[in-house]
Every structure is written in C-alpha cells, then in structure tokens.
Design a protein around this ligand. Structure first.
Ligand code: FPP
Length: 247
C-alpha cells in the first residue's frame, strides 16, 4: 500500500485484539487467472496485499504477524514460478526494509532458510539484522517452511541433547519442544486466517496453532484488504476460547 492509502480503523479494543495473527495467503494464481494474467502477476499483486496487511497490523498494535510466504512443498512448482517468487521476496525486502525499520517492525524468519537462493537469503539476513532491536510488530516470514520439517529438526536437536548427556528424557515437556522450534520465543497464533475459501492447514505451524481460532474468507489474497482483516478480527473477538475447559 502506498503511504497515502488510509488505514481501516481497528474494529476492537486493544485487549480484544489477537496478539498473533497468522495468515495462509492463498489464491494468487486464481486471482490472476480470473484477470487473464500470468500466475506471477497474481503473486505481484499479492505483495501489495502483504504491504497493506503489515501496515494495518503495525498500526493496530498486533504483536506478531506470521505470513506463509513459501512452503517447503512450493519448491515443487515450475522453476519459472519459484524464481519469480524468490525475486519478489528479494525485491520486497530490499525496497521495504527501511520503511519497515522506520515503523519499528522487526523481521524474523522461520523455515529452512539455507535453501533460499543466496540473493534472497542475503536480503533476508540484512533485513533481520537491521530490524533486530525493533520493538513494534514482529513480521514473521515463513520461507521454505514446513511444519513437519520444523518438528523433525527440533526433535533431532532434543535427541542430540539427550545423547550428549545434557538432557534427561523425563525433562522433555511442551515448553522444551516449543523452545526448540523455529518460533522459539514467539507466542502461539491466536487467529489463523486462510484466504480463497480453502479449509486446509497445509503443514503450517501445526504445533503452534493448537488453540488458534480458524477463519476462512472467500477473498483471494490480492483482494484481501484492511477491511477484510478487520472483519476477521471482529469475528475472532466474538469467539469464546475454552482451551478444552468450560470457558
Ligand atoms: C498462494 O497462492 C501463494 C503463494 C504460494 C505465495 C505467496 C507469496 C506472496 C504473496 C508474495 C511474496 C511474499 C512476500 C512476503 C514478499 P497460489 O499460487 O497457491 O494460488 P492458487 O491456489 O490460486 O493457484
């Protein structure tokens, strides 16, 4: 979004706002098809929505925004699309880094970052480094991310601690597992949004979303606006979260 675009007002009081919003951005390809455009144009339009939603979360006071930008399974797409997505990521980070920094946004990443092409990885590392001390919105980008892969990597780390004699099996608990995931130190999502009418989780933060409220919207990601986010937040605020208890 450009600086002139207005921010849609936050629909709820601060205490009713989800602290952590996670989004499975879906429907870029379908949006492009409906507009007789190439799929990559859909991803380009999707980047504009990323800007808009980051602006809204930052201005409303959301603590963490997690975006599923590239899954470990997305490597199986045609090379032309993978390359376009990596190029978009690189350009987004290079262009937006300073502005995000000015807005006190802290950029972090989860996933098998080593797999990213070096140019994109470099922009990501520079962005993480530059915004490291920021205290505003945490923008958590899931890149080459798969939840099962993340859990396998965490399990290996924990097993190694046991083998090395630094951890007893009886001391393995939920907190230890959480602390060994890529998301260590980040609170679990409260609200999980998926666009384009899909009802799947697609290997996204399986451990962390245990008690997240799920919200599906018909809008394709390039159509998703600040108002759409406000509707999701409003719906979230009306849900009774029981965590297995009686509420
Ligand atoms: C799903 O749409 C979207 C993706 C696989 C990638 C999302 C990437 C972006 C929005 C742009 C890059 C991100 C950042 C953070 C700069 P799809 O292609 O699966 O859509 P379809 O199901 O309609 O084909």
């Amino acid at each position: 979004m450009s600086n002139e675009d207005p921010i849609y007002p936050c629909p709820v009081d601060e205490d009713a706002l989800p602290k952590h919003i996670a989004i499975i951005m879906d429907g870029n390809g379908r949006w492009a098809k409906e507009h007789n455009l190439r799929r990559t144009k859909g991803h380009e339009a999707g980047v504009e929505t990323v800007r808009t939603i980051v602006e809204h979360c930052s201005s409303w006071g959301v603590e963490v925004l997690s975006l599923y930008a590239f899954s470990s399974e997305n490597w199986n797409r045609p090379a032309i699309e993978v390359n376009a997505l990596m190029m978009l990521l690189k350009t987004f980070l290079r262009k937006e880094r300073d502005q995000l920094h000015q807005k006190n946004v802290k950029i972090v990443a989860i996933g098998d970052i080593e797999r990213l092409p070096s140019a994109a990885r470099k922009e990501l590392e520079l962005s993480i480094e530059k915004t490291e001390k920021n205290t505003g919105l945490i923008l958590q980008l899931a890149l080459s991310y798969g939840s099962r892969d993340e859990i396998v990597r965490a399990t290996k780390k924990i097993a190694q601690m046991c083998v090395d004699g630094n951890l007893r099996i009886d001391d393995i608990d939920e907190e230890l597992i959480s602390n060994n995931l890529d998301t260590a130190g980040i609170p679990d999502p409260d609200l999980l949004i998926r666009t384009a009418s899909e009802m799947r989780i697609s290997n996204f933060m399986l451990w962390q979303i245990s008690y997240a409220e799920y919200y599906s919207t018909k809008y394709y990601w390039p159509e998703f606006t600040g108002q759409c986010l406000a509707e999701a937040v409003e719906e979230f605020s009306s849900r009774l979260r029981k965590y297995g208890g009686l509420g």
